[in-house]
Write a protein that binds this ligand. Sequence first.
Ligand code: 13P
Length: 283
Amino acid sequence: MSLVPMSDILEKANKGGYAVGGFNMNNLEALQAIIEAAEEENSPVIVQASEGAIRYIDMEYAVAMAKAAGEKASVPVALHLDHGSNFEKTIQCIRNGFSSVMIDGSKLPFEENIDVTNKVIEAAHAVGVSVEAELGKIGGTEDDHTVEDKAATMTDPDEAVEFIEKTDVDALAIAIGTAHGVYKGDPELDFDRLKTINEKVDIPLVLHGASGVPNDDIAKAIELGINKINVNTAFQQAFTAKMREVLEDPDVYDPRKICGPARDAMKEKVIEKIRLFGSNDKA
Ligand code: 13P
């Protein structure tokens, strides 16, 4: 199957009351882990790449790898830009073959966030590419994207309504207390805020910063309307922990003997998340 727009996957999740993983690809092994897990679990999947990952892998390699994965896979696969920082970056991804992009205008004033989101939507929708936007500021760090604790702000439910009325966005990332990267304390999710937003808007809602959030909280967030859940850190940790373990043996030098087991460890984590999100057997 060729890559599908993310909206195809998320509309079904929205109707079915489950969530689909937005899983970050940082190298070939990560992509393989995500696709193998999704196939084994018969789950649709959103493979996403940050701007940092695209720089690391190279745009053409990243798209070629994901396209090959999508074509070989028996499950729907979307290729999504995670946290596109401006109009130009999203267009470069669309031009190169991404089936979905995020325009993160959350650092901008409200009206400017709407304007840049609409600009991206106009171009993206013209060629069947779906768009995720962000409202409120999600804390933490992912690659070169950092929001300090004091700058993080929760999503205002009334602003979410206005944002969706004024844009034709396919999915909205909201800030309800999660953060990217490793948590300093225990994450505290504002479920009342999520419930209110979900009662007021009917498009798929996205939870970023899901690594380190307890499983019960994830389950509750899905129950209250989250349809896409982003995971990056937990997979990186699983991958690297296995590498460290393998490297304890000083005789190991073949990269395949290091990266192969790391890929398998990440795949197990992906399977765990797919089951937790309820997207297994939904392909
Ligand atoms: P984590 O850092 O919690 O895995 O979050 C990833 C994410 O939200 C990507 O956008």
